[in-house]
Design a protein around this ligand. Structure first.
Ligand code: FES
Length: 224
């Protein structure tokens, strides 16, 4: 497991924005007052959505709001790898390096990220991009893939090659909006070249849509 340390350079202070306050209200309403510390993960998430990372002053603010020891908030933030403990730039690229993605060319994507962005975890000088390697993100059928997180949310980019990854990075650097999803135009995770199963219309005879009587079902009660 990687070491989870907070950044050496921290801002002086942190405050939640108006939009964040609305979200906080929603989440705090979910928990009874004596259990409000349970909102620590949503609060950390809201702080990260606002700034792109969770700073130490943000952790203090959350601890004060939830009436819990600051060290407890820090424990949660440093345990879960989904929380960024240092600035990640406008667009954080999370590159899956697990076996299916690796077998399908994740190393090529890594090379492009390193060439175009720089070393893992370092934000580009213009503050726009950074990248990191993560474990399986659950889209193995569309390997290799990356998740890109920014103010518009988290989006998957799939069926990548070194070339398409490079184009996505260039687009982000130029403030364009690359289209998420399969970069080869596949729909969801269908077979390459289109669906190959049940393509014969004769197979659809409607028999599967007919009602069947299941064994051991209780007979309906007669109306009195
Ligand atoms: S192995 Fe890459 S998404 Fe699962």
């Amino acid at each position: 497991m990687s070491a989870r340390k907070i950044a050496l350079d921290q801002p002086e202070s942190f405050s939640f924005s108006k939009d964040s306050e609305k979200e906080i209200k929603f989440w705090l309403n979910k928990y009874p007052k004596p259990k409000k510390a349970s909102a620590v993960i949503p609060m950390l998430w809201i702080a990260q959505k606002q700034d792109g990372w969770v700073s130490e002053p943000a952790m203090r603010e959350i601890a004060d709001r939830l009436g819990m020891p600051k060290i407890r908030v820090m424990e949660v933030a440093t345990f879960y790898t989904m929380f960024n403990l240092a600035p990640a730039g406008d667009h954080l690229i999370q590159l899956c390096g697990t076996t299916p993605c690796w077998l399908r060319g994740a190393d090529d994507l890594k090379k492009v990220c390193a060439d175009k962005i720089g070393p893992k975890g370092k934000v580009t000088a213009d503050g726009k991009l950074s990248w990191m390697e993560v474990e399986c993100l659950g889209a193995c059928a569309n390997a290799p893939m990356v998740q890109i997180s920014n103010s518009a949310g988290d989006h998957y980019y799939e069926d990548l090659t070194g070339e398409t990854m490079g184009k996505i990075i260039d687009d982000l650097a130029a403030d364009k909006k690359p289209k998420p999803g399969s970069q080869t135009g596949r729909s969801c995770s269908e077979a390459e070249g289109g669906s190959m199963a049940l393509t014969d219309g004769a197979l659809y005879d409607g028999s599967l849509a007919k009602k069947v009587k299941l064994p051991n079902t209780k007979p309906k009660k007669e109306k009195a």
